[in-house]
Design a protein around this ligand. Sequence first.
Ligand SMILES: [Zn+2]
Length: 124
Amino acid sequence: MPKFNLKVVNERLVIDLDKMTEDYSESYGYDGKPSYYDIGELATAASFTEVELTQQQLDKIMAEYENGGECGWCGEIVSELSSPHLFDFAPGEKMCRNCWNHDREAYLGSVGTDIGEFKPRGSK
Ligand SMILES: [Zn+2]
């Protein structure tokens, strides 16, 4: 399993993902949210301990950087997630396209209301 350094930056624990943005200006540092840190700051921060991530956890973190993550309904890790629709609203949860389309058909059939197209977060 891949190992990463858990570092302390500004009194916050950050997983140094050992990866830079494409323009080499920032480092990927996961602090519970997909965040970016100054390269020098993260590189020189003291390592607190090493953490081992499963591929599943790493995939989830990387998907979050792409506006994706884990679907709150089926648990799939996907690159596109939407905020939940109003018929099944759960604060803080995100829904994948499959679950959305499934619900769309279900609510059209049972309630006769169309919840609309799946709209991934971050899309215009
Ligand atoms: Zn889903």
